[in-house]
Design a protein around this ligand. Structure first.
Ligand code: FAD
Length: 227
């Protein structure tokens, strides 16, 4: 099926793309086109005007600043998959990107288009939530937990364009989670109980082996120091 007629503009900068979008009330951005074009062909979407952003270099590329990984919205799934920065910092994201669709989809589809489309079957959202990612637009930053508001719905509204995605490195996320867990009394009690069980088993094992009295005594009183 063919899509309904539409006007087409190719923007060369973020400012130009956003002003074209504002001038045309029914406009949609076109990135990789791998979700939008099929939706237009099925007449599920009828934007009237397409603002092609695929030439905007400022929306491309992956960099790392400390524990924060910055992924431009036009970065393709293939680039996310192959990036050493993503592999080192957020390996789950790289693995997910490598499993999206097929090579054609991965070479054209973009991470920004994927999150903006907010398909509940998408691979990225769950991982971005686990990484505590932030979606950045021209005038605000949206925590990923607040970004997805429903099926195919996001918090973009009047700030339409996704510029970059900021993800924390997995190591930082793990440290934060561990610190959070350690702050919970139940978890600490469970940890201590587990360690005492371990020491108890060790004691039983050593008691049947040849072991000096001092060594046995130390093992018996060791749990006291753990608690
Ligand atoms: C055969 C096939 C298999 C697929 N398999 C998977 C899969 O396994 N897992 C998966 O997660 N996805 C899958 N997809 C979807 C694919 O990942 C899409 O590429 C992606 O969802 C949309 O990215 P895009 O760049 O093509 O966006 P487009 O199709 O160009 O745009 C999608 C929507 O996002 C908007 N948009 C695009 N860029 C921006 C931006 N920077 N700011 C604001 N809005 C923007 C557009 O206006 C449009 O509404 C598949 C798609 C196909 C065709």
């Amino acid at each position: 099926m063919h899509p309904a007629n539409f006007d087409y503009h190719r923007a060369s900068s973020i400012d130009e793309a956003e002003s074209l979008w504002r001038e045309n009330s029914e406009a949609s951005f076109l990135a990789g086109g791998h979700s939008l074009i099929p939706a237009m062909k099925l007449r599920l979407s009828d934007p009237g005007t397409l603002v092609d952003i695929s030439d905007i270099d400022d929306l491309k590329g992956i960099t790392r600043d400390g524990d924060t990984i910055r992924i431009g919205s036009l970065t393709t799934h293939a680039e996310v998959e192959k990036s050493d920065v993503v592999k080192d910092g957020c390996s789950a994201l790289s693995e997910a990107a490598g499993m999206i669709g097929d090579p054609q989809v991965r070479n054209r589809g973009t991470i920004g288009g994927n999150v903006a489309h907010a398909d509940p079957a998408s691979d990225y959202p769950g991982i971005l939530m686990a990484l505590g990612a932030t979606i950045v637009t021209s005038n605000r930053s949206i925590a990923v937990d607040d970004f997805f508001t429903g099926l195919f719905e996001t918090a973009l509204n009047e700030n339409p364009m996704v510029l970059v995605l900021l993800a924390e490195s997995e190591l930082l996320v793990q440290q934060t989670m561990l610190f959070g867990l350690l702050q919970q009394k139940k978890f600490c009690r469970g940890l201590i109980w587990g360690m005492m069980q371990l020491l108890h088993q060790l004691q039983k094992f050593l008691m049947v082996k040849k072991c000096s009295v001092t060594c046995r005594l130390l093992l018996i009183i060791a749990p006291i120091f753990v608690v």
